[in-house]
Design a protein around this ligand. Sequence first.
Ligand code: ADP
Ligand code: ZN
Length: 613
Amino acid sequence: MNIIKSDIVIHNLKAEKLKNILKEKFGHSDFRLHQKMIIESVIEGRDVLGVMPTGGGKSVCYQLPALYFEGISIIISPLISLMRDQVTQLSENGIPACYLNSELSWNEKEIIEEKICDGEVKIVYVSPEGVLSNYLLDFFKGLNISLIAIDEAHCVSQWGHEFRKDYIRLGELKDYFPDVPFLALTATADSRTRNDIVTQLKFKSDHEKFVSSFDRSNITYTITDRVNELKQLDEFIKANHSGQTGIVYCLSRKKVEKITKDLQKLGHNAHAYHAGLSSSVKAKAQDLFNTEECVIIVATIAFGMGINRPDVRFVAHLDLPKSIESYYQETGRAGRDGIESSAWMIYGFQDVIKLSQMLEMTEASETYKKSARSKLDSMLTLCETTNCRRNYLLSYFEEEAQQACGNCDVCLYPVDKVDALENAQKILSCIYRTGQIFGANYLIEVLRGSKNSKVLERRHDQLSVHGIGSDKPKTYWNRLLRQLLSSGYIAIKNWEYRNLCLTAKSSEILKGEKNLYIRNKKDNDSNKNKKRNKLAEVNHGRGDLFEELRSLRKSLSSDKGVPPYIIFSDKSLHDMCQLLPRDKSEFLMVNGVGQRKCEQYSKDFLQIIRSHS
Ligand code: ADP
Ligand code: ZN
């Protein structure tokens, strides 16, 4: 009995100590779900796998135990830019951290190693290949290592979508440090990948796994039909995110450059980023992205790994990603700070064709193609669904569907489902009667009764299907074709010419055995999520104060040569507007204000806040 009692006392003492460090060093007053459980397991010495969505707060899970433990914690991270960013962020909070990587000169390395040996550093970031070099292994073996954390841990698994060769050997570390707890963290890992991580990293049998929900509740998902993409994008940004930061993803480099120029002409602060640009141009774009308050990066998917900026307010896709994994990862770069943000995508029939074509024309094995096809199909289902988008995303990641989310375009603006069976029969007949050798555009011309020279030459104006679809616009037929294709009622026959043909399933439609509904198009799609996105500012209603705080943050960040979000996140600034702190002790209550930041910045910020209250 007594033993149990004293266990509880010790547990409470530990919990209190952890909470104190959380407030004092990081400025957060409470743990998020799973942060606490992960941290408690780690400090009890267990190996832990934590799966948390982007923005879920993974860093604290290893940074806090690192401060709690007496010795040094090693953090394995794949990207130099991320290491640098984290170290700057930690230093701002008064936490001694450093990185050891190939960027440093011998001289710099020596100085840092000396500091580590003298116990002046708590957290050391290293790359996966670096940590297993004989030199560093010997160095670390001579130290008191308390924790080894592995960030982006899904990279150890071949099942994950970003397997990295450097990660595969990380399991060897367990042989060198058998008594040190390992903490593996990742934002994306299905159950197979999770098991694989545990095996590859040789976790002990009493290890624990904590899997948070994949839900990013602050992201509003919108997927809309392509009509005039530039106009739609411009309207979407101006209506929802003017003066804010975002990323616009395009499939090709050429399109990136074109959209960048077009956006600039429309008055946006847009910059291009893709792998074909010179490294100085890329570095400039990356730098602007880190330092400017309001910037739009138009990019291929080459841009994104290692983004740490928490206040990206929107991610727009002008082309369809090839899988839900990619879509989730790319859209996940929005709103890491938890403030309302948008994932906005535009797509059309040609996207489906283009991606399928790229896939079919690669040299990859049939097994690969099969899996890629099914991933693309799931992506299409997400686009075409007439139910909550978030629920579909969550179920894709093996999470039980919840009730409709209320924060995606389908929930906010329920779609009309209209019966499309008869029109589907028309289009299938048209494909059949013209010989199953034409692409979408031509088929639609015949259906809508065009008398252009090609139609006349082929005498397709004589067919019974000629003109039977003239009551509907081209966009309607495109949408219907898209739906028929994604449900397997038609297929693409020839990848070069993109000809459409019937499938074994087509007869179900032709005989009227199946129901077929189509989403009814609405006007003004691009302004859809206006409602939710304004909320963050409306809450405190002090937009002017927010702007003043933002410009103070900007000037401090320029003086120090660090990104603005390292000084304070938008969330902290909004919190200041909400709480209107009057003195240092009240300033400490603001989210993200720890002891060090309070000392450094309270005077300047309080001065502005006082002038408003
Ligand atoms: P991840 O690495 O999982 O994407 P981060 O560690 O960068 O996420 O944290 C995301 C954001 O959440 C950061 O702005 C961080 O300050 C904030 N955060 C983390 N933990 C907490 C907490 N317990 N309370 C409030 N904010 C938190
Ligand atoms: Zn929804």
